[in-house]
Design a protein around this ligand. Structure first.
Ligand SMILES: NC(=O)c1ccc[n+]([C@@H]2O[C@H](COP(=O)([O-])OP(=O)(O)OC[C@H]3O[C@@H](n4cnc5c(N)ncnc54)[C@H](O)[C@@H]3O)[C@@H](O)[C@H]2O)c1
Length: 255
């Protein structure tokens, strides 16, 4: 009997990386999973692999930054599965590298569209289904970059900080109706985004392996287990919280 048996979960960006790891952990805990992903190929593969673990999983190719797509897909998932208990807002992009004076309009707008507006669209769609139901758990994937600044990350830190405040506002609004909203702030994780940033020189992996007090990267499965806990009955009184999971990266002395 898993902690999330009978629950229905949406995970955005779950074709790869962290989202894939979160979806895997939710499935292991017994939840059915809707894979909302812009890349239809990886969405299909993820849904197939999740189904093989014995849960119901389906792929829904979509772009979280497109309001009409979000509203349509959330309604379709609720109708296909009969309910919606968990929404994990994970989809993200990395345009990190240039300092503020060199950031392009395109990188700024794309980053805000996916990681701030996209999270808002999905939170709003989730609330419209969960509030009448009188239950639900939303987990927003922020980052330590939502509160710990880093040069070259203007387009990334801004929406990640916004998501923390969006989490807290909605948590207070929805608490009376039994819908909880929390955020997770991961440190450095081994995912395709990380590997791509390392490969193009935007991140120095050796630096992080040295500076993270645990001297390793985090795993998507480790964040996935935290998501499972936050969505379980054991976390019934936890809402409006930001949960850092970073191997103590943001706990090192400043000087
Ligand atoms: N990797 C890290 O070190 C790290 C650290 C902290 C936070 N995060 C956050 O975790 C989340 C996942 O990151 P990741 O490292 O797994 O990245 P990733 O690039 O490996 O995976 C992101 C997934 O989201 C999908 N996606 C991108 N834009 C989308 C859109 N508009 N609509 C739907 N799906 C979309 C991608 O196709 C991909 O499958 C992001 O929000 C990221 O900011 C990552």
């Amino acid at each position: 009997m898993g902690a999330l048996n009978g629950k229905v979960a949406i995970v955005t960006g779950s074709g790869a990386g962290l989202g894939r790891g979160i979806a895997q952990q939710l499935a292991e805990a017994g939840a059915s999973v809707a894979v909302l992903e812009i890349d239809s190929e990886s969405a299909d593969v993820a849904a197939k692999e999740l189904s093989e673990t014995g849960v119901t999983a389906r792929a829904y190719p979509m772009d979280v930054s497109q309001r009409a797509e979000v509203d349509d897909v959330f309604a379709t998932v609720a109708s296909d599965f009969g309910r919606l208990d968990i929404v994990v807002n994970n989809a993200g992009i990395s345009r990190v590298g240039p300092h503020t004076q060199d950031v392009t309009d395109e990188d700024w707008h794309d980053s805000i569209a996916v990681m701030q507006t996209g999270v808002f669209y999905c939170m709003r769609a989730a609330g419209r289904i969960m509030l009448p139901q009188g239950s639900g758990s939303v987990v927003n994937i922020s980052s330590i970059r939502g509160f710990s600044p880093n040069a070259g990350r203007m387009t990334y830190c801004a929406p990640k900080a916004a998501v923390i405040m969006m989490t807290r506002v909605a948590a207070a609004e929805w608490a009376p109706q039994g819908v909880r909203v929390n955020a997770i702030a991961p440190g450095v994780l081994r995912t395709p985004m990380w590997d791509a940033d390392v490969a193009r020189g935007a991140i120095d992996e050796e630096f992080y392996l040295d500076v993270v007090p645990m001297h390793r990267l985090g795993l998507p499965s480790e964040v996935g287990k935290l998501v499972v806990f936050l969505c379980s009955e054991d976390a019934a009184y936890i809402t409006g919280s930001v949960h850092t999971i970073d191997g103590a990266l943001t706990s090192i002395p400043a000087g």
